[in-house]
Ligand binder design. Structure first.
Ligand code: MN
Length: 714
């Protein structure tokens, strides 16, 4: 259904009863006449577009001048029979000024292409005089993105990129949170269609889990509100796509590793409720240090106010919570509408001085810029104050995100310079590699042939390029190590089974086996052994000359981890896994994986105290599960257990009997008298799983003389 001007006018009347609907009707008719016979890429009548733009402006609670300018924003450009002076005559100076600011410039580049930057420069400059110029421009861009399906494919990426670089940041600066989010998600979808498809499908795979989690957590949060007797609303959501994508890029991680992609928002009536609710949340869940932000006490540059905190939920899942009043929420979504009083297009409220100062800066940039290209370059710098600009020794300017170090710089120059980097000079002085770069620094990298990346570097780089190159190098090293380990253990097993690897190779048995296992070459097989994915023993047995003696079932065996822990890791099957020594998880325990430096993936019990500390690093947490148990799984889990007993003779003997009755093992046993006629028996049991352990502990607790039985954990 085509949008109708009546609907727009109705909407406007709701927030501005004194709006001049005759004026809006007149602008609509004028626009209809000017665009007569024109169609959009979609084949729809062109008029659909200006009405949709006016509708978006009405959502932003724009005044009549902005609405009229929205209806007329394309008439001069698309229909050369309409002149600016005619607009001025019919609709006044202000409308004409806005329409002029939005009309594209026909300036051509030396190559003959239209100079898009010149147009952009003009829009920004007109905005300095009248903020409504950019409001109309943003509404225009938003509608064009919403209808981008109709635009030829090859035209999409440039629009998307420009939106992400210029318009979304402007929307952000103006406090138009909702507009910024939609601009970003649409630009992401059309500018990076492959990444978009990958991310949406990965997230929809997580949906069942997410929905359950959102529901459950929302219920808990509502309970907190009820207990505090605070009236409020809890909203749970998946964070917007582009912000998740940026996080993936920034940290160079796979989508499976993004844990805090869910967020909650709590809307309350009073400022004091915000802090009360925050206290309730921090009492229930552990806050992640450094993630609590009080934007109520200290609002952001764009006046955004809210409390933010990230906590670790009961299942180890970190998530973000924003707490704000309804008023703050309205301001965050639609800054101008909720907050700004604008008169003749200029901001008047005193507390908007920061924004005015920002607009003035734009004007200064204009005065200091030689041409449009330079202006746009300078504008980018201004829109992203978080970037630093540094010089190479040859004087080339390079830009980095705030917080970048010489290592980021080295990798940006060349991968090998990154790998071989051993030191850095900033402005001629030697500095530590973790020194943060500042704008204007001249950076020089010192390399040495023996230099190599270190895992610690990951803590002091911020660019995705450096992160992925360092991770790539480390993975390569880990693979080389796995090959070495794998080769050594296969050699050992072969010696044990008296298999001559050379002979087996010459007889083609190695090649046959590789083919059956679908492995490219012997190194890959070594690596599989080294990573613990396949047992050296299994391989050695399959290389025995007489293959007929090997049961077919062993062909499947290579997928089962025989080294390391019996754990399935989602999305990172190549990791070496071990069970944490602190909490000693056993099959059946709820578990969480944590990527430990140099140790691969360490699996902890979900309740482990250490893990709670480690959860401050949510990006290193992986979802893991026990492998399905096989019928004759060996009793392989060691569990420390302590018995508090009376001092009786035969106590240790009756304990060992219970254990052996249950076909469990005893790795260690030690009894001490603690005085007062009591004693303690410390045991290390070898059990199949949690159920097995529980049976044994139950039996032990029923023994005469046993006071207390407990599984030792931190
Ligand atoms: Mn337009």
């Amino acid at each position: 259904m085509l949008p109708r001007i009546d609907h727009v006018i109705e909407k406007v009347k709701l927030y501005n009863p004194s709006s001049d609907d005759k004026l809006l009707q007149r602008a609509y008719l004028f626009s209809a006449m000017a665009h007569e016979g024109q169609t959009r890429y979609s084949g729809e009548p062109y008029l659909v577009h200006p009405i949709a733009v006016a509708d978006i402006l009405a959502e932003l609670k724009a005044d009549d001048v902005a609405l009229v300018a929205g209806l007329l924003h394309d008439v001069v450009e698309d229909n050369h029979s309409v002149s600016l002076s005619e607009i001025k005559k019919r609709f006044g100076d202000e409308v004409a000024h806005i329409v002029e600011g939005l009309t594209k410039i026909e300036e051509k580049l030396p190559g003959g292409e239209r100079n898009e930057w010149a147009t952009l420069r003009k829009v920004i400059l007109a905005m300095v005089d009248d903020i409504r110029v950019i409001l109309v421009k943003l509404a225009d861009r938003l509608h064009n993105l919403r209808t981008m399906d109709a635009l030829p494919q090859e035209k999409r990426p440039a629009k998307a990129k420009e939106t992400l670089e210029i318009y979304a940041p402007i929307a952000y600066r103006l406090g138009l949170g909702k507009m910024k989010t939609e601009l970003e998600d649409l630009s992401f979808r059309y500018g990076f269609p492959e990444d978009y498809a990958r991310l949406t499908s990965a997230l929809s795979a997580k949906r069942t889990y997410s929905e359950g989690f959102l529901e459950e957590t929302r219920a808990t949060l509502e309970k907190i509100l009820a207990e505090l007797q605070v009236k409020g609303e809890v909203r749970g959501r998946t964070k917007h796509l582009y912000s998740i994508f940026q996080k993936l890029q920034r940290q160079a991680i796979a989508v499976e590793q993004v844990y805090d992609y869910m967020a909650f928002r709590i809307l309350v009536e009073e400022v004091r409720d915000c802090y009360a609710v925050l206290g309730g949340i921090h009492t229930l869940w552990k806050p992640i240090p450094g993630r609590f932000k009080d934007f109520i006490a200290i609002p952001k540059d764009n006046h955004y106010r809210s409390l933010h905190t990230s906590v670790v939920g009961s299942n180890g899942q970190p998530f973000e919570i924003q707490i704000r009043t309804w008023q703050m929420h309205a301001e965050a979504e639609n800054g101008i509408a909720a907050h700004w009083k604008y008169k003749e297009g200029r901001l008047t409220k005193e507390d908007e001085e920061a924004t005015i100062a920002w607009l003035r800066q734009l004007d200064e940039i204009r005065q200091g810029s030689q041409d449009s290209a330079e202006f746009v370059q300078n504008l980018r710098v201004n829109l992203f104050p978080k970037e630093v600009y540094v010089f190479t020794p040859k004087g080339t300017v390079m830009s980095f995100p705030h917080g970048a170090t010489p290592i980021d710089f080295a990798y940006a120059v060349h991968t090998e310079i990154g790998h071989k980097c051993t030191g850095a000079k900033i402005n001629g002085k030697l500095v530590p590699l973790k020194t943060k770069l500042n704008s204007g620094d001249r950076v020089e990298i010192v390399t040495s042939p023996g230099g190599k990346p270190s895992r610690d570097w990951l803590d002091c780089v911020v660019t995705s390029r450096a992160i992925s190159k360092i991770k790539g190098w480390l993975n390569q090293q880990e693979k080389l190590r796995a090959i070495e380990i794998g080769k050594a253990s296969l050699d050992r097993e072969c010696r044990r089974l008296k298999v001559h690897l050379k002979e087996a190779q010459e007889a083609g048995r190695v090649a046959d086996l590789l083919k059956k296992l679908a492995l490219a070459d012997l190194d890959v097989l070594y690596a599989e052994i080294g990573y613990g994915k396949v047992a050296a023993r299994t391989i050695a047995r399959r290389l025995v000359a007489d293959q007929e003696t090997i049961p077919a079932a062993l062909v499947e065996a290579h997928m089962e981890p025989s080294k390391g822990a019996p754990i399935i890791v989602r999305g990172a099957s190549d990791l070496l896994t071990t069970l944490a020594k602190c909490c000693k998880p056993i099959r059946g325990d709820e578990i969480v994986g944590f990527i430990s430096r140099g140790k691969g993936l360490v699996v902890h019990r979900a309740t482990c105290k250490n893990l709670q500390r480690l959860s401050y690093n949510p990006d290193r947490i992986l979802e893991v599960a026990w492998e399905p148990v096989s019928e004759n799984a060996p009793a392989l889990h060691d569990v420390p257990v302590t018995l508090h007993t009376e001092d009786r003779s035969g106590m240790v003997a009756s304990v060992t009997k219970v254990v052996s009755d249950h076909k469990a093992g005893i790795r260690h046993i030690e009894g001490v008298l603690t005085g007062g006629g009591e004693g303690r028996i410390k045991l290390v049991l070898a059990v199949r799983d949690k159920a097995h352990l529980s049976q044994i502990l139950r039996q032990l607790s029923r023994l005469a003389g046993v006071i207390e039985v407990r599984r030792d954990i931190r």
